[in-house]
Design a protein. Structure first.
Length: 273
């Protein structure tokens, strides 16, 4: 079978006894970085080291079929450098191929930064979504955050510490003080830090420089209190940035609860002036 095994995201004490037993009994371990996993095995006291094979974003599609076929005869454990396989880390192609070929897949659950950050954020946990990494390029990041503005669920995403200030600055420009966020840094590690507030209130801290692994948790939107004039101005801003008028009116209407048709017609009237 294929066994997805969660590894510690920072604190070695989070390694379960089941994880250690699974690694000890593995025929083959497919891992993101063989050096990192070899070091982990040593720290966990796994004396008889299983065979390790590198499985990363550049080769996992090509290796998936081979590993799934080998899993018909032996147990293959899949691990990443930290956290659960398949969550913004290698693992998905193997699971998809195993499901297609009717090969058993199971898991040894372990820590994941996504759920840990959500639980610590102080934001609603009943409905949430995970959006992977915030896009690197400014234009793509702007479109990503524009779409996020309409999200009603709590949203979780990863970000680089080098781009954190830029992202929070764009959030502040879009949402002002209407949305709460939590920035979770170095989860389960010695210097773990949770910063909660609005984007505007956290911007100075982010600009001062932040290190470590970052997870951002964003409050879902409610119907924003916005005057028709301000809503129309937002529609025109979106159009100027390249959004079609019809789509811009729909996006602002969804966020504010105002009429899409009325926003669209008001924008058309402004064009004719």
């Amino acid at each position: 079978m294929i066994i997805l095994a969660g590894t510690p995201i920072g604190n070695l004490g989070d390694a379960s006894s089941r994880l250690i037993d699974t690694l000890r009994g593995a025929d083959l371990v497919a891992c993101e970085d063989t050096r990192t996993t070899a070091h982990l095995l040593k720290l966990l006291g796994v004396q008889e080291r299983p065979k390790l094979i590198a499985l990363h974003e550049h080769n996992e599609d090509a290796l998936a079929e081979e590993l799934v076929e080998r899993a018909r005869e032996l147990d293959i454990v899949v691990v990443t450098d930290a956290g659960m396989p398949g969550i913004s880390d290698p693992g998905y192609p193997i699971v998809a191929k195993a499901a297609e070929r009717d090969v058993t897949v199971t898991s040894v659950p372990g820590p994941t930064a996504v759920i840990t950050a959500l639980a610590l954020s102080g934001l609603p946990t009943d409905r949430f979504c995970f959006d992977g990494f915030v896009p690197r390029k400014a234009g793509e990041r702007q479109r990503f955050l524009d779409r996020l503005g309409a999200e009603e669920r709590t949203a979780i995403m990863y970000e680089s510490p080098h781009r954190l200030a830029d992202t929070i600055e764009q959030m502040a420009a879009l949402w002002g003080d209407t949305r709460r966020i939590a920035v979770c840094r170095e989860l389960t590690k010695l210097h773990e830090e949770i910063r909660r507030g609005t984007p505007a209130s956290l911007l100075e801290w982010a600009r001062a420089g932040v290190r470590g692994e970052i997870v951002i948790v964003v409050e879902g939107r409610g119907a924003e209190a916005m005057s028709p004039e301000a809503a129309l101005a937002r529609v025109e801003e979106l159009v100027e940035s390249g959004t079609r008028l019809k789509d811009a009116a729909a996006e602002v209407a969804e966020v504010t609860g105002l009429s899409k048709r009325e926003l669209y017609e008001a924008a058309l009237r402004n064009r004719d002036r």
